[in-house]
Ligand binder design. Structure first.
Ligand code: DC
Length: 219
């Protein structure tokens, strides 16, 4: 049976994961966060102090898998649940850097395609509509201004100890956008047939409603 595949791409902090979770819960699809897979690989490389020149070899040994508990994705390195450990600013930056390595992308590509073949999914990332699922039923490119994305991240982190300043967050976002858009393999870009949704002026609820409407029109 053909499964339904929805691709959502866009830069860091555009709200992809929160919105994709809301919409997949509404439509009964599985939500797959591919960024978490890149983060898990980055955690492995960081924990094992793998130098850049050895990444290609080391990545053959990495076992990343996803489990879905009550609809929520958990990410595993071997049998260790690393879902929380991968959410630090250090791992964000490491993932942005190591995801440029073709061997890292190749390692995760098969796993992503298999999930899409077997399930009705909303998959988010940077290259889902362009590379991983070029035949997705619906493609959305979700974005917002860098300042608005930094603002949202700052609000999210401001309750926590050691919260970085707004300027640091904005600098990180701009750096990650640059890395993600300028790498040679599978750079972040809007697929020709993707619908652009700019959430700078939208609330989360408005963004989710817009995306759900786009999907319902097409599927
Ligand atoms: O979506 P995120 O911030 O969790 O992603 C972490 C990093 O992983 C991001 O900087 C770029 C990379 N990534 C990628 O290259 N391709 C994807 N499909 C998803 C994420």
């Amino acid at each position: 049976m053909k499964t339904i595949n929805i691709a959502i791409d866009g830069p860091a902090g555009a709200g992809k994961s929160t919105i994709a979770k809301m919409v997949s819960a509404e439509l009964g699809y599985i939500y797959v966060d591919t960024g978490a897979m890149y983060r898990a690989v980055a955690l492995y490389l960081t924990e094992n102090n793998i130098p850049d020149e050895d990444i290609e070899k080391a990545v053959e040994k990495v076992e990343v898998s996803l489990k879905f508990v009550d609809g929520a994705q958990r990410v595993y390195l071997g049998d260790r649940d690393v879902s929380e450990l991968i959410r630090t600013p250090e791992i964000s930056m490491a993932a942005s850097r190591t995801s440029a390595v073709p061997a890292v992308r190749a390692r995760l590509f098969d796993l992503q395609q298999k999930l899409a073949r077997e399930n009705n999914i909303i998959m988010d990332g940077r290259d889902i509509g362009t590379v991983v699922l070029p035949n997705a039923d619906v493609k959305i490119f979700l974005t917002a201004s860098a300042e608005e994305r930094a603002n949202r991240r700052y609000k999210e982190l401001s309750e926590k100890p050691d919260c970085p300043s707004y300027d640091e967050i904005l600098k990180d976002i701009i750096q990650r956008d640059y890395n993600d858009m300028h790498r040679e393999t599978a750079p972040l870009k809007q697929a020709d047939d993707a619908v652009l949704v700019d959430t700078t002026e939208l609330t989360l609820e408005q963004s989710a409603a817009r995306i759900s409407e786009i999907i319902k029109e097409r599927v």
